[in-house]
Design a protein. Structure first.
Length: 487
């Protein structure tokens, strides 16, 4: 393997903290922190990161502390080339396992020098109904933050507490930048924070509406969760022995709406695209990349594959993905030319083939209830409104239904915030595919009502679920559907 090593030249004594990040996972370390690393290499400025984990992983924080927050990102172009980057953009980190640590985090967020809060808390960390985008006021974590606004646990509650502090201190608000895979992620975060405030402090809600900016952004880099085996193979490939190392693909993209009243780092210099409106980039990425990923996950697992690259070696799968992207996503993206989308699709297929990543399909299959609406369902409704068929999306939905049904039958935990209700739903309806499909489509949190009343659509889904559950090879279904299998 040809390895290129890029050293960091950041001296943390030269830069103060300007960004508080919540969600110190692999994605943050391999995406935003790399952009900041590149920016700080070229420009002065107090834009180092204070990174917090509010859910899990005290071990990572300890490891980073022991290494003075120096870690490595290994970018694999393919199986022959890798670039190792030394990263020092994170100045400090915290694991918020209790109220004392959370108070420390809020204090850092309330510091006048903190001008941006960034988030990678995954879709479920926003406590929004995936289908309507409304705040889940009944959720236990939100109930907790409503009852104890001075001791919040959720990212939303922490942001609200810090904004209140800044307001009463007379400090200008920070900008809140969501870096999660949701459509209009900034607007959604704004709605979530304002809804939380409205529930017990309407005046504060109004203040946020008027004064706080929540730009939308599109983030893209494939960063699989690292396992023990990965650490071993990274060591073999690159000689890097670092417990906090992250591996990812070479490709990276970040498109951000340029609305940072409190100031921002010169992110353009590191390749970030600063734009007025991110929505085009966002739908293309969510539907083409993430939509294909979810197809790979549910149908690839069904076909017996474990990783994305393995599934891509199954000749029927890339052909099917290409059809999905060009025939079922492209018509919903009229602002891009056919050629642009063909190129984007081709590039994605190459990215998925990267066998060094060992990207587990199981990881992508997680949290389906949070992902399906923006990846497939919004597009599906748009296709239906222009009378276009969506066989790949329909097979994908059937794949998800059979995935949860298989998991329940095998007594596996369905890794999803709705996991226990999904398991219960499968338990009560598994005798008949028709009942199972009806009960799934009835899940208002996920599926728009318009779907469950279309008898043709429902019938096709029942047939597909039946075939998957009775062992019809998924490759055969990809090739036959919609031609022969159902009319
Ligand atoms: C993946 C994403 O796990 C998933 O759901 O689809 O994490 C994907 O790898 C990234 O969005 C790529 O930018």
């Amino acid at each position: 393997m040809k390895v290129t090593y890029i050293e960091s030249n950041i001296d943390s004594r030269d830069h103060d903290i300007g960004i508080v990040h919540i969600g110190l996972g692999a994605f943050h370390r391999a995406h935003q922190a790399v952009y900041l690393e590149k920016t700080l290499k070229e420009h002065d400025g107090d834009w180092m990161i204070f990174a917090a984990n509010i859910r899990s992983n005290s071990q990572l924080v300890q490891q980073l502390e022991q290494a003075s927050h120096r870690y490595h990102v290994v970018e694999y172009s393919d199986s022959t080339d890798a670039t190792v980057r030394e990263i020092r953009a994170i100045k400090s980190s915290i694991y918020c396992g209790d109220d004392v640590e959370r108070a420390r985090l809020v204090a850092q967020m309330a510091e006048p020098s903190t001008r941006i809060i960034t988030l990678t808390v995954t879709e479920k960390g926003y406590y929004l109904s995936p289908s309507t985008g409304n705040l889940l006021l009944e959720h236990a974590d939100i109930q907790h933050d409503l009852l104890y606004p001075g001791r919040p646990k959720s990212a939303l509650g922490l942001i609200l507490a810090a904004l209140k502090r800044r307001r009463s201190d007379g400090t200008k608000p920070f900008t809140v930048l969501s870096c999660d895979n949701m459509p209009h992620n900034g607007n959604r975060t704004k709605r979530a924070v304002i809804s939380l405030a409205e529930a017990n402090d309407p005046d504060m809600a109004m203040w946020i509406k008027e004064h706080v900016s929540f730009p939308n952004s599109m983030v893209d880099r494939i960063v699989p969760a690292a396992t023990g085996d990965d650490l071993e193979s990274i060591y073999v490939d690159t000689g890097i022995d670092d417990p906090s190392v992250v591996k990812c693909e070479a490709f990276s993209e970040w498109v951000v709406e340029d609305d940072f009243p409190a100031g921002r780092p010169q992110l353009e210099s590191s390749g970030v695209l600063m734009v007025q409106d991110v929505s085009l980039y966002e739908s293309r990425k969510l539907r083409m990349l993430n939509g294909s990923h979810s197809l790979l996950a549910y149908l690839g697992l069904h076909a017996g594959h474990k990783t994305v690259a393995q599934a891509m070696r199954d000749p029927d799968i890339p052909k099917f993905l290409q059809r999905y992207m060009l025939e079922e996503v492209a018509p919903t993206l009229p602002d891009f030319s056919k050629l642009e989308l063909q190129k984007y699709c081709k590039r994605l297929l190459v990215r998925f083939e990267n066998s060094s990543l060992q990207h587990q399909l199981k990881q992508i299959a997680m949290d389906g209830s949070q992902k399906l609406p923006q990846r497939w369902l919004e597009g599906l409704v748009e296709l239906q409104s222009i009378s276009r068929k969506a066989p790949a999306i329909e097979l994908g939905i059937a794949g998800w239904i059979s995935f949860i049904s298989r998991a329940q039958a095998n007594h596996e935990i369905i890794d999803d915030p709705l996991g226990s209700s999904l398991a219960e739903l499968v338990r009560s309806n598994s005798a008949s595919s028709a009942d199972l499909v009806a009960a799934c489509l009835d899940l208002k949190e996920i599926f728009p009502k318009s779907l469950s009343v279309q008898t043709d659509f429902v019938d096709r889904l029942i047939t597909l679920v039946d075939c998957l559950r009775s062992g019809t090879p998924v490759q055969q279904m990809m090739n036959e559907y919609p031609g022969n299998l159902v009319s």
